[in-house]
Design a protein around this ligand. Structure first.
Ligand SMILES: [Zn+2]
Length: 97
């Protein structure tokens, strides 16, 4: 019975997040990549480059957050999947011979 609270990943916009350096709100803005390495990271990962207007902090922030609850749910799902897989292989072993 999946419900909304079981969502593992939440999309968020770090523009509304606090600055990791000075903890100000609404001071973060998307920053252009300065070199090819930053451009690659920006394109292949969920991290985007942000800059703080107030203190000048610049760094990567994820656009996805994983909650502690969702990690627990993910582990439960994995255990269930592994358990179901083991049962299926056991059943198959008995019937296919
Ligand atoms: Zn700042």
């Amino acid at each position: 019975m999946p419900s909304k609270s079981n969502k593992v990943l939440f999309r968020r916009d770090p523009s509304f997040a606090r600055c990791p350096s000075c903890a100000s709100i609404n001071t973060l803005h998307r920053s252009r990549s300065r070199n090819w390495r930053e451009a690659v990271i920006k394109n292949i990962s969920l991290f985007k480059i942000y800059r703080c207007n107030k203190c000048g902090w610049r760094g990567y922030l994820s656009t996805l957050i994983i909650t502690l609850l969702s990690v627990r749910n993910l582990i439960i799902y994995l255990l269930l999947a592994i358990g179901a897989g083991l049962i299926v292989t056991e059943v198959l072993k008995r019937f296919i011979r």
